[in-house]
Ligand binder design. Structure first.
Ligand code: SAM
Length: 243
């Protein structure tokens, strides 16, 4: 059965949005309508696990005084954790949603904020010591994105990715689907989040970002590629080095 969800934004049904490119899905999900409620929504919708996952990413940062790219920085939550861990680091933020960048800008000082795609970065070769992204992988073209990471990362630099995953174990799958059924109901009464709450489960379930990313990092030449599943397999962190 095809259900109508995206008609107010130009999409006629869920199938249409779900067959779109990742960044087109992101363009429909994130806008001026929900930028101001994003921080609260991500905290509540992840039962406050979002901050734990982000702190785990930041723990992988290593030394101080680095040039760090927070890719798909959104409203700048991850950047604020980076700043807490390493006040001397210089942070550059990039995101495709202009309204989210405005919130990031008001949150803290960035060396630079750019409104661009992860697959076409407006930076010189060998610029950054670290590139991190939270909730970007499932919306990205993994192959193009990893090539850009390789190009703009300095030798010895680290890449760190985090996003939701579809759990492996049966009991978690049952709980996961029950959770998204409830989220879907919330979407009916919160119009600014309706598109996300009705489709995020399908985007996550269809997306095999961890395996694609591991393969692409290896093909591109990254070393010490590692992965960690978090919170019963509902999210994962992947990291690697450009040696
Ligand atoms: C769920 S938000 C996450 C924001 C932030 N990283 C955080 O963890 O709070 C996803 C963000 O990814 C951005 N995004 C999605 N696809 C992108 C792409 N291909 N290039 C750049 N930004 C992208 C969206 O605009 C949105 O701000």
């Amino acid at each position: 059965m095809r259900t109508s969800t995206f008609n107010i934004h130009g999409f006629t049904n869920n199938d249409e949005i779900l067959s779109s490119n990742g960044h087109l899905i992101a363009r429909k999900f994130f806008s001026s309508e929900n930028a101001s409620s994003y921080d609260k929504t991500v905290r509540l919708a992840t039962f406050y696990k979002d901050s734990l996952w982000k702190k785990e990413m930041v723990a992988l940062l290593g030394g101080k005084n680095k040039l760090i790219l927070d890719l798909a920085c959104g409203t700048g939550i991850l950047s604020s954790y980076i700043r807490q861990k390493s006040a001397q680091s210089r942070i550059v933020g990039t995101d495709l949603t202009f309204e989210y960048l405005k919130h990031a800008k008001s949150r803290q000082k960035y060396l630079l904020l750019t409104n661009s795609l992860a697959e076409f970065l407006p930076y010189k070769n060998d610029s950054f010591d670290v590139i991190l992204s939270s909730y970007l992988a499932k919306y990205s073209n993994i192959s193009a994105m990893v090539k850009e990471h390789w190009r703009v990362l300095r030798k010895g630099g680290t890449v760190i990715f985090h996003d939701f995953t579809y759990p492996h174990f049966k009991i978690m799958k049952i709980l996961w689907h029950a959770y998204f059924r409830i989220l879907n109901q919330f979407g009916k009464v919160i119009p600014s989040w309706r598109d996300v709450f009705s489709n995020l489960d399908k985007v996550i379930q269809r997306n095999q970002w961890v395996n694609s990313l591991l393969k692409e990092l290896d093909l591109t030449g990254f070393s010490l590629i590692s992965k960690k599943y978090c919170t019963c397999g509902t999210a994962a962190i992947v990291w690697a080095i450009k040696e």
